[in-house]
Ligand binder design. Sequence first.
Ligand SMILES: [Zn+2]
Length: 64
Amino acid sequence: MAELRTQRHQHRETRDGKPFHPDAPHGTRGGYSNYGCRCLECRAANTLAMRMYRRRDGPQSPAT
Ligand SMILES: [Zn+2]
């Protein structure tokens, strides 16, 4: 649902110069990717998920 995602992004605020979504499930990758939240918790969750993904997938980055 790309439209839903766009709607969610419109509800973002800016905190400390970074997009923040008040309704996002912070500390999860969904908060980062689905809600576009870039708070410390969401970024940490996304970084961790990407790190695990790369580790499982090998050293090559999944850039397609
Ligand atoms: Zn967040």
